[in-house]
Design a protein around this ligand. Sequence first.
Ligand SMILES: [Zn+2]
Ligand SMILES: [Zn+2]
Length: 471
Amino acid sequence: MKITFHGAAGGVTGSQHKLESEGASILLDCGMFQGRRKDAEKKNREMPFPARSIDAVVLSHAHIDHSGRLPLLVQEGFTGPIYTTPATIDLCQSMLRDTAHIAESDAVFVNRHRSHETGSDIVEPLFTMADAEATMPLFRPVPYRTPTSIAGGLTMEAYDAGHILGSSSIVLTDGKTRLGFSGDVGRPGLPIIRDPEPLPPVDYLIMESTYGSRRHPQQGEALQRLEEVVKRTIGRGGRLIIPAFAVGRTQQIVLLLHQLINEKRIPPVPMFVDSPLAVDVTKTFRAHPECFDAETAKYLEEGEDPFGFKRLTYVREAEGSKKLNDLRGPFIVISPSGMCEAGRILHHLRHNVGDPKNTVLITGYQAENTLGRKLVNGMKSVRIFGIPTEVNAEIESLDELSGHADAAELIAWMKPTTSALKKVFLVHGEPGESAPLAELIRSTYGIEAISVRPGQVYDLLPVTQKIVHAV
Ligand SMILES: [Zn+2]
Ligand SMILES: [Zn+2]
């Protein structure tokens, strides 16, 4: 086997690795680059190999930085199967269509704007709704813990990664060499989904390193922190604006707010989930109780809808979204995108970040150069839709809800894989995160760990049966 790292190598987004085995080429993820718009746009358009040369795709989970370029691959001629879990397929149905819709309407917006300037080129969307639709029939469901033969004489098996609904870590083997691919690794105790499952021993491991140098606050504090932020904001008569990924984070926050309301710990103010995608995705969550943890399953058993309650309104139409600006008095709105890069959250931020009564609550990882990162970094003036906007609102982060394992959790998660582990390839992390994690792996297990760079190629030679004991 041979592996080439094309994306999420030396950075977090654009997850894409090419595995070659017996003349076949298999892509692990086909994700979109995010961040500084021009750079990301260029990288997204350049597929580093002919799409027709790929025989199959194995997808770890539905997040766009892992799945977002599948329609582009199809547009360029890929016709093979895409193997992933049933819940991931359902999520991709909504998310890839949503991404196509945003790409198409962004292109229309930019072209309308540019037609006033002379000599500027017409912008084409990265892919269209037709490309997204053409991707759907290629998905092949692979439930957790079900060994499945794919191309190149390989067998794959998916394990619950505990990161978002349907997320998986995958083990691939040709009978001689075992390769583990972590996907994004979640954390024990996250609301709704199950804890990450351990992988069996492998010879080589591709592992994420998003928080390779950090330690998260304790999980249980999320509810209390959320309670404090809600009370403080409402006490000022302000609005609480929560940028959140439509998949996962939105449903987690809804569940926590539900709990706080049930326990009468916060006043009953109006709450909104403002996103057509979140509406669809929440339906998908309801359809996959097999992925829930015990606590969420109990809610369902007791006949309660964990994702809906009296004070909460889901807003699908753009008109309803605009009307929120005219509401008087405090309210809470949850809206994507989670990194404040696109979507309805931009309108809410534009209307609300100038007022010191309001709070913006950041709930997840913010990639370099995103608006979310600038807010977290405390910038007092930011550009929203290109317009300089003053930031006076309180900016808070709820890191407790992070969907990614921290350094200690990654070290603990990988332990069961290490009995014969030869090499770890660290992906999905900025160099400042992956380098310290590589060092920690070396010092903990005495195993070689490499922070990979884009375009690097490694031969995965079969490991002779020598047992390396973990320290
Ligand atoms: Zn993810
Ligand atoms: Zn990711």
